[in-house]
Design a binder for this molecule. Structure first.
Ligand code: GDP
Ligand code: CA
Length: 337
């Protein structure tokens, strides 16, 4: 079974652990948001790719959800002692090695997709890890300058990490996205997938950015498999992080229904065949098979069960134009059972 997952960082990485547990024999490709990428201290940093790589490669700091386990911060403190900006971004000593290797390879002319493959040889994430694009795309956030009140665009990382998303945002701009192309393998993977899963990642700055790369949305809509999304909103709140600061900026209600409608039904020009929402969260998304399931990835077992529910929704259930297919759809071992 060929599974493609669209993912951001922490929410995406946790969900992927569940997918690998639920479908051990499957061939899993992950298309990761690179809109959070940034250059700092001369190093190219890809936060979401690294979160997925470290999580699946068993190198993640579980508590923080990002960065390396057993991290130390000597270089960060030394840089701060020089007054070298930015001082607000957490760059651990172990993590730095990744950025050094990546930057050196990029400077030598390798595309990000090849660099990511090279880094993955060490981490063996058990999936094919693809950046959404080899072209540089960087999300910026339009905020009011605290002094002048005039609109000003700052890098997403500055808004998210430095200001903890506290500055009122009026827009997100994916700088470079218009000229970006899907990384090699992305379109082919989507087209040939048996199942495409939208991880419970940030719908605006993770999944939204991936879908903004020209060609990805079209490939996803054209997939032969079913497209299943998982809500990152539970009981009207984000489970973790600050996605609730992002959704209103694009006019989307912070609810499972709001996000489901934002993605929309595939039969109606949108993306979804099925949408998983938290048990008890009512959501009506016309044209979409809405399934209430437990959405919290609080243990390996609940995470695996969530992934299994997503895969079940991908291989069974009503296909909108032919409701007669609803009962007892084929089970092709997606759950490895
Ligand atoms: P980031 O790039 O590290 O911010 O991470 P993502 O974009 O991949 O994921 C962030 C989203 O994951 C947030 O909106 C959270 O609400 C969501 N999330 C985190 N943990 C869980 C969970 O256990 N269940 C669900 N359904 N969503 C979660
Ligand atoms: Ca991210």
């Amino acid at each position: 079974m060929q599974i493609v997952v669209l993912a951001g960082g922490v929410g995406g990485a946790r969900f992927l652990r569940g997918v690998l547990a639920a479908a051990p024999g499957a061939d899993v490709t992950v298309v990761v948001n690179t809109g959070d990428d940034v250059t700092m201290h001369g190093l190219r940093i890809c936060p979401d790719l690294d979160t997925v790589m470290y999580t699946l490669g068993n190198g993640i700091d579980e508590e923080r959800g990002w960065g390396r386990r057993g991290e130390s911060w000597t270089v960060k403190n030394e840089l701060a002692a020089y007054g070298a900006e930015p001082t607000w971004f957490g760059l651990g000593d172990r993590d730095l090695a990744t950025h050094l290797v990546r930057t050196r390879m990029l400077d030598a002319g390798y595309p990000l997709s090849e660099v990511t493959a090279a880094l993955s040889t060490r981490w063996q994430p058990g999936v094919r890890l693809l950046p959404m694009s080899d072209q540089r795309v960087e999300t910026h956030v339009v905020v009011a300058d605290p002094e002048t009140g005039r609109p000003q665009a700052i890098h997403f990382q500055e808004w998210w990490v430095r200001h903890r998303a506290s500055l009122e945002a009026s827009a997100f701009v994916q700088v470079g996205v218009d000229r970006a192309r899907p990384a090699p393998g992305v379109v082919e993977a989507l087209t040939g997938a048996d199942a495409v899963l939208l991880a419970p990642s940030n719908p605006v700055v993770s999944i939204g950015t991936v879908l903004g790369v020209p060609g990805i949305r079209e490939a996803l809509r054209g997939t032969a498999g079913r497209v299943v999304g998982v809500s990152p909103i539970v009981g009207g709140e984000v489970v973790r992080g600050m996605a609730d600061r992002c959704l209103p900026v694009v006019g989307v209600e912070v609810s499972a229904e709001g996000v489901g409608r934002h993605y929309g039904a595939r039969s109606d020009g949108g993306l979804l065949d099925a949408w998983l929402v938290q048990t008890g969260d009512g959501a009506s998304v016309p044209g979409v098979d809405v399934r209430p399931v437990p959405l919290l990835m609080s243990s390996p077992e609940t995470t695996e069960a969530l992934a299994r529910a997503a895969l079940d929704a991908a291989v069974e259930g009503p296909r909108p134009p032919h409701p007669s297919h609803a009962q007892g759809g084929p089970r092709d071992g997606a759950g490895g059972r």
